[in-house]
Design a protein around this ligand. Structure first.
Ligand SMILES: Nc1nc2c([nH]c(=O)n2[C@H]2C[C@H](O)[C@@H](COP(=O)(O)OP(=O)(O)OP(=O)(O)O)O2)c(=O)[nH]1
Ligand SMILES: [Mg+2]
Length: 131
């Protein structure tokens, strides 16, 4: 079996109760789909460290606090992932797509209208049910 990729994922909510979505660039795995920003946890890095690093690199946000939200294991035909999802309500700076990707602040109740990777279904359901 392939190695499972450990991914730190942030559900970032602002004071207007909007969630930050980013569009995965076309050439990437699951390209063209909307995602919650985040990326791979590197060797010798904690999930929290990865989350802080990735959100700065990808969307220019400085995360000051995060809480675990859910953990999803999903096998795509070509990639096995573990999404370690955290809720972020405390951050500073203006969100900006640092890798030429499109980003959008979306009202919580509207996120179901976006096209996410298959693994994200339970995340969207939990957000709609609990947030
Ligand atoms: N960030 C993020 N990744 C997701 C989501 N849903 C989902 O299936 N994934 C998958 C897609 C990818 O296979 C993997 C994330 O890996 P990635 O390649 O984007 O990682 P990365 O940002 O560290 O990028 P890199 O190291 O390749 O430059 O997780 C999601 O909501 N957010
Ligand atoms: Mg990424």
């Amino acid at each position: 079996m392939q190695k499972r990729i450990h991914v730190a994922v942030g559900v970032i909510i602002n004071q207007d109760r909007q969630i930050l979505l980013a569009k995965r660039l076309g050439h990437l795995h699951q390209g063209g789909k909307w995602e919650f920003p985040g990326g791979k946890v590197e060797t010798n890095e904690t999930v929290t460290e990865a989350l802080i690093r990735e959100l700065k690199e990808e969307v220019n946000l400085d995360v000051s606090h995060s809480t675990p939200f859910m953990d999803i294991i999903h096998d795509y035909p070509d990639k096995h992932v573990r999404l370690d999802i955290h809720l972020i309500t405390e951050f500073s700076n203006q969100a900006k797509g640092m890798e030429q990707q499109q980003i959008e602040w979306v009202p919580i109740h509207s996120i179901a209208e976006y096209d996410f990777p298959e693994a994200n279904k339970p995340i969207v359901e939990k957000i709609l049910a609990e947030l």
